[in-house]
Design a protein around this ligand. Structure first.
Ligand SMILES: *[C@@H]1O[C@H](CO)[C@@H](O)[C@H](O)[C@H]1NC(C)=O
Ligand SMILES: *[C@@H]1O[C@H](CO)[C@@H](O)[C@H](O)[C@H]1NC(C)=O
Length: 486
């Protein structure tokens, strides 16, 4: 009898210990295509620059995210050891593995509910923020279901609820991808039909912004900008931060994140139900594919700024928790040999931006002069040797030659132009005592599909019932899942 009571007490305690932390709001941040070496590179560069030291007597700084490291995440997909963003996003959003290229649908072509959809159905506010097209694979996985990530026009329609069986599931959509919302024939459209999704959204009462100046107006009228909000600030992808901060024609990820979090907070803070928002630092992946050291470091600093701002927001709003992990690493970055990133600090643009500038140089320009005056100083190669200048003048891929040259100088080796299989870092933040509780829960190696299950527990949601609704709809008619494109 006594033993039985003790056993029951122990099991109750064990249950209490295994329950997730309680929170009203969850913010999930995805630094897309980003791994442990990315963090080292950005931290070292910051430390060396701030302290004025070098690799033989380094004083190394600290990033805000260094204090938020909490575990590791395995990223393999249903059909590959190396995932893409569609399968990676689907795992983090829905808790199901799928094939590379598939969005919110399992390999047997059945739609599965996401944590964002479950949040919406339970009455929470929902948001997606990204520096790529908002219709791209990662935000798509939280808000749409299609067998091919390239069906971005269809993803746009699903995000606004035009063809989604549950209607619109997102209250805030901020990112690039304007071309997917414009009808064919309109300037800058990439649709192949006459559907005007801006007209559709405005008719249903969405607050819409199509460029930086409309975003600013929106911000000035903050109290008035009502949910739902749709903002697209580039035709497709937005700029990488290193270019954006020079050109200044798009809001930054930090600005978009602040708008999303503040708008969702305003809409929910008087209610019992909070919000779920996914924020994607998408262009880290692009700089990883390109092997662009300064772009990757500056992008990482900006991701770090976003995480720092969110942690400070959470200190003021302790009913909110932050969890973050990449969907996969990109570039297979290693830091070796005479590794010292200091010279990369002088760069002011991506190699891609400069290659476009190079290809668009005036026909009568002196190539060597143009290279020396207009390209090299903006990519930290002012002191290029004669042999290097010759190589750059002769290359037929300026972006690739620039990135290889600078990577070699700083000791950064990119082992692939694609993604890698390595585990990615899990970060978390919560205020006060909740922080230790959350860290204790998360301190381990996770399979990516377990992450949304944890958030489900935190917010008291039910993704499986969303899956049932979606699969019922698909059994009647699954044309809304689109087709594989070749
Ligand atoms: C690095 O710093 C040390 C100490 O200030 C100095 O002696 C050394 O010359 C520096 N090395 C380089 C490569 O600049
Ligand atoms: C922003 O978009 C609005 C509406 O399409 C347009 O009237 C305005 O000229 C645009 N502003 C800029 C700076 O492109």
């Amino acid at each position: 009898m006594r033993a039985q009571i003790v056993a029951i007490a122990v099991s109750v305690l064990a249950q209490a210990a295994s329950a997730a932390v309680e929170a009203k709001n969850v913010i999930y941040v995805i630094p897309d295509g980003w791994g442990p070496a990315s963090q080292t590179l950005a931290r070292d560069l910051q430390g060396l620059i701030e302290s004025g030291t070098n690799r033989t007597n380094p004083i190394i700084g600290k990033l805000a995210v260094d204090d938020m490291v909490n575990g590791l995440v395995r990223t393999y997909s249903a059909n590959r050891l190396i995932t893409d963003s569609a399968a990676g996003g689907t795992a983090l959003a829905t808790g199901h593995k799928t094939n590379n290229g598939w969005v919110g649908v399992t390999p047997d072509r059945r739609p599965v509910g996401s944590i964002l959809e479950a949040a919406k159905l339970a009455g929470l506010g929902t948001g997606l923020v990204s520096t790529t097209a908002i219709t791209h694979a990662t935000p798509g996985a939280y808000s749409a279901h299609t067998v091919d990530r390239n069906n971005q026009n269809l993803i746009a329609e699903q995000q606004l609820g035009r063809v989604h069986p549950l209607g619109s599931v997102v209250d805030v959509l901020l990112g690039g991808g304007r071309c997917n919302f414009l009808p064919q024939g309109a300037e800058g459209s990439c649709r192949e039909d006459d559907i005007d999704l801006y007209a559709y959204a405005e008719e249903l009462g969405w607050s819409v912004a199509r460029n930086r100046s409309e975003f600013d107006e929106f911000e000035r009228g903050l109290g008035a900008a009502r949910l739902p909000i749709l903002g697209n600030f580039a035709s497709g992808d937005m700029r990488l931060e290193i270019d954006r901060r020079e050109v200044q024609d798009e809001p930054s990820l930090l600005e978009m994140s602040q708008t999303a979090v503040q708008a969702l907070h305003r809409a929910t803070h008087c209610k019992d139900k909070g919000y779920f928002v996914m924020i994607e630092s998408a262009k880290l992946d692009t700089s990883g594919h390109a092997g662009d050291v300064p772009a990757h470091a500056v992008g990482t600093w900006h991701f770090n700024e976003v995480m720092k701002w969110l942690s400070e927001w959470i200190d003021e709003h302790p009913d909110t928790i932050l969890i973050s992990s990449s969907d996969h690493e990109t570039g297979g970055l290693t830091l070796v040999g005479n590794y010292d990133p200091t010279p990369a600090f002088e760069a002011r643009h991506t190699a891609n931006f400069l290659a476009n500038k190079w290809n668009g140089r005036p026909e009568d320009a002196d190539s060597r002069q143009f290279l020396v005056d207009e390209i090299l100083p903006y990519y930290a190669l002012t002191d290029a040797m004669e042999g290097e200048i010759e190589e750059l003048l002769e290359t037929d891929d300026m972006e690739d030659t620039l990135t290889m040259m600078l990577s070699q100088r700083v000791g950064a080796e990119w082992s692939t132009g694609g993604h890698s299989a390595i585990d990615v870092t899990l970060f978390s933040y919560a205020a006060g005592d909740k922080r230790r509780e959350l860290q204790a829960d998360l301190a381990r190696n996770w399979n990516n599909i377990e992450i949304p299950r944890y958030i489900e527990e935190v917010l008291g949601l039910d993704m499986d019932s969303v899956t049932e609704l979606l699969q019922e709809a698909a059994e009647e008619d699954d044309s809304w899942l689109g087709d594989r494109l070749d």
